[in-house]
Write a protein that binds this ligand. Sequence first.
Ligand code: URA
Length: 297
Amino acid sequence: MNGTGAAASPRDPAAEPAAVRCAVAAWLDWQAAMGVDCCLETVGAASSAVSEAERVEPAPAEPSRPSPIGRLAEAGPVVGARELARSCRSLDELIRALESFELCPLKATATRLCLSDGNPAARVMLVGEAPGVEEDRQGKPFVGPSGKLLDRMLATIGLDRSRVYITNTVFWRPPDNRAPTALELATCLPFLERQIELLQPAVLVFVGGIAAKALLGASDGVTRLRGRRFRYEPGGGRPAIPAFVIFHPAYLLRQPMQKKLAWRDLLQLSEELRRLGIETGPPRFLPRGGATAEHAS
Ligand code: URA
C-alpha cells in the first residue's frame, strides 16, 4: 500500500525509490558500455549492489601456506633487488635503478621496461599482472585490449589515468605472454613494494589474482578474493592501506558473464573512495571502440 491507501504497482516507476531507479539506470549503462546484454536478467542485482558492497569483511587475507614468493626471499636476485629498491629515494631513482637492473630474467627477452602509467600523486594505485605485446612496445601498462576495457571500467566510477597510478607485478613482458614465474615475481616484488612506500597511495586495487597473491600473500583464487576488503601492511610502522581485488580485464574479455560481478566490485571501490574523501570525476559510460561520448548518471 502507498500513502493514499492504494496498492502500489511494482511496475509503477513513480513508486520506486529514486536511488533504485538510479542504480538500475547505472547498471544498464554499465551493461551497454561493457557489452554484456546477455546478463540483463540479473538487473535486480543493481539495487542491492551497493548494500552488498557495504557488507564486505574487513579481515586481511590469511595465507594458508607460505607463498612461492616467500620461499624465494633469500634467492640471489631477490636479495639484490631488495637492496637496490631500498636505496631508491624517489620514483625517478627507482626507474633509473630498474633500467640498470640485470637480475630479472624477463629483461633479456622484453623490448623495454614497462613500469607505470598514470599520476604518481594519485591516491589510488592499481597493480596488474604483466605487460603484454602492446605494453612492451609502448613501455606503459594496460595500453592493449585489456587496458582499453580497464579504462572503460574505471570511467564508470569517475576514474581515469589522471586519477590513478598503474603498475604491474613484473615490469618486463614475459615471453609469449606466459604467466610470470615465482622467481620473476619475487625479483620484481621489492620494486613494487618500494613504489607503494614512495607514493603512499590511499587505496590499492589489485587487478587480478596474481597481484593479490604477490602483495597480500593470499593463496585463494581471484573469485574468492574479489568483493572483500583487505588491508595491505606496508611495514616500517606505516599505516595499513585498504586494498581491493577486481577481476582482470583480460579475464572479463574471456568471461563476459563475470562483468556483472565486476560492476559490484567497482561500486564497492567507488563507495570506499567516497568514504575516504577521494575525489572522482562524473561516472562515464564509454562506448566500445574508443569513442568518447559521455553520459553521466
Ligand atoms: N595485463 C596486465 O596485467 N598488465 C598490463 O600492463 C597489460 C595487460
